[in-house]
Unconditional design. Structure first.
Length: 551
């Protein structure tokens, strides 16, 4: 009994150390790095605050499952997870980001449990450690990203499904986890459905032996979670699918006509359908986007080059050392076939599809599910190299991963706060705090922007949710994208209207330094500089201007 007890305590201590490291890496300095809340993060926090105070979201909807946000519609589980943190910590950056920090940390635990089930304890330790220090996971755990919670729930759902094949009661937990993914992130609809299909296909013989009562309860549980999401389709609350879908961007007809004219191909011919038709064009685009997410540029060197906020600056989504261990793990996966390996392979092939079907060339948010099979492959690669080359390989691997991790730490914690300040919306907090100082006694005009300046004012002033709900000035956009808010109390969010500003004495104007450079301000009658808001590198972000009284 003593050796068994010793091993058990050793295992607990090892996982406790890995989880502690995972939490520290994700939690350290999250109040100021990333350097600002994004508008989406501020909206999640303010809606949690609004639910806490009134039971309704910013638009006055009573305890919604799907939240309207900037004209978009988002599943609301992250909002509800944020409520207790806002209640205890106040409406702060830390409170908004803590659910994601904890979600990323718990993902490490459930990665260990999943891998222990699939490939044994040694590989489970390696995979949990690699996930704990993985740039993709760490980066998205340090901001309020709903997809990070969806990934945790997906790992949990797969783990409980596999456990349920022997212990049937756990199927209910799998159904709950799969169901909650639908209440967390729009892209989870795709991943959850296809992962469930793959699980049922691979483990069909064991699944049909599950006791009927657990099967029935699980189906009913799944339908309960599915019903509000299904209803959202009929209400048009599906998110901005028409904006983000690759199918919303066909080639201009004149471009297509010129293309086939140059090739002297007739519309309707075999050559046209094979090489020039619109379905072929979409297929090329989708395949290009799909394979971009397996590229070394995306995974190891540049990261999400189309959306810089989605990755550390000058760094890929994976640690550089994994450029060796992932191919080795893939080779291990193909050495022999079994259901567990097939599950990893299918997950690997499926994960980039939500991103590939969108308009962006790469998208680290929608492709976050890909991090799981890649980390599994890296763990298998590490285990394989150690088994083949023993201690020498272990020393080299440890050194390689330490260096790779330090490179990531430098990018994430040293360079990101300054290099990505603009992408994260730096300056809007400072703007909101200035507005809060002057809004009671003056009229404030803020330059309107799709960065949604109103939500920062609501968040940082802790604006009374009931008052805002009663006077909501949200205006739908005419471009099927996001909407805008035009007024909150004495604060007007609008395009610059000089005539109106000049007619309003003793007011303030807040404008971006790009729209109105400092050398132009002195040339405009009645305006004087009250405060300059700078980016971390010292360049101007916004100017707070006083509109002086008419002489």
């Amino acid at each position: 009994m003593l050796p068994m007890k010793y091993m058990k305590n050793k295992n607990i201590a090892t996982m406790a150390a890995i989880l502690t490291a995972a939490f520290i890496i994700r939690f350290y300095d999250i109040g100021s790095n990333p350097p600002s809340l994004t508008a989406d993060e501020a909206a999640l926090g303010y809606n949690a605050y609004s639910i806490l105070k009134t039971g309704r979201d910013e638009h006055g909807a009573l305890l919604p499952v799907i939240f309207k946000s900037f004209g978009d519609y988002k599943p609301g589980l992250y909002v509800y997870l944020t409520i207790p943190f806002v209640a205890f910590l106040g409406l702060t950056e830390v409170a908004v980001r803590l659910p994601s920090v904890l979600g990323g940390t718990l993902s490490v635990l459930f990665m260990y449990l999943l891998m222990k089930k699939l490939f044994g304890q040694k590989t489970a330790y390696i995979s949990s450690l690699l996930l704990a220090i993985n740039p993709w996971s760490v980066h998205f755990s340090r901001g309020a990203w709903e997809v990070n919670i969806a990934l945790l729930l997906t790992i949990m759902a797969v783990y409980f499904f596999l456990i349920a094949l022997n212990k049937n009661k756990y199927l209910i937990f799998s159904a709950i986890a799969f169901g909650l993914t639908l209440w967390t992130y729009q892209g989870a609809k795709f991943m959850s459905l296809f992962l469930l299909i793959f699980l049922l296909a691979l483990f069909y013989q064991q699944f049909i032996k599950i006791r009927f009562k657990y099967l029935l309860i699980s189906i009913i549980t799944g339908l309960i979670f599915l019903l509000p999401v299904a209803m959202s389709f009929f209400k048009g609350q599906t998110g901005r699918l028409s904006v983000f879908s690759v199918f919303s961007y066909p080639r201009p007809s004149q471009y297509r006509d010129a293309f086939i004219s140059q090739a002297n191909v007739k519309v309707g011919s075999t050559a046209y359908y094979l090489f020039y038709s619109e379905p072929y064009n979409f297929l090329r685009g989708i395949l290009g986007r799909y394979f971009n997410h397996y590229s070394t540029d995306f995974l190891f060197f540049t990261g999400d080059w189309q959306n810089p906020r989605h990755s550390p600056p000058y760094h890929g989504m994976m640690l550089l050392a994994s450029i060796v261990t992932i191919p080795v793990g893939l080779f291990y996966l193909f050495r022999r076939f079994d259901k567990n390996r097939a599950l990893v392979l299918l997950w690997l092939l499926l994960a980039p599809l939500p991103a590939a079907l969108s308009r962006d060339q790469v998208h680290a948010v929608r492709a976050l599910y890909l991090s799981v099979p890649l980390i599994i492959l890296a763990a298998l690669g590490v285990a394989s190299l150690y088994e083949k080359f023993s201690k020498k390989a272990l020393v080299i691997l440890i050194f390689s991963y330490i260096v790779s991790f330090l490179l990531f730490v430098e990018a994430e914690f040293v360079h990101l706060p300054e290099l990505q300040a603009r992408q994260w919306g730096y300056g809007y907090k400072q703007m909101a705090l200035e507005i809060d100082k002057i809004a009671d006694d003056s009229t404030v005009f803020v330059e309107q922007s799709y960065n949604q300046p109103y939500i920062y004012y609501l968040f940082y002033s802790q604006y009374d949710p009931l008052e805002y709900q009663n006077a909501n000035s949200f205006k739908e956009s005419g471009n099927a994208d996001v909407g805008l808010v035009e007024k909150v109390g004495n604060v007007y969010f609008q395009d610059l209207n000089w005539g109106e500003i000049y007619a309003t004495d003793n007011s303030y104007l807040i404008v971006s330094a790009v729209t109105l450079p400092l050398d132009k301000i002195s040339q405009i009658p009645k305006l004087s500089l009250s405060k300059e808001i700078d980016y971390p590198d010292g360049t101007a972000a916004f100017y707070v201007l006083k509109v002086n009284e008419t002489e």
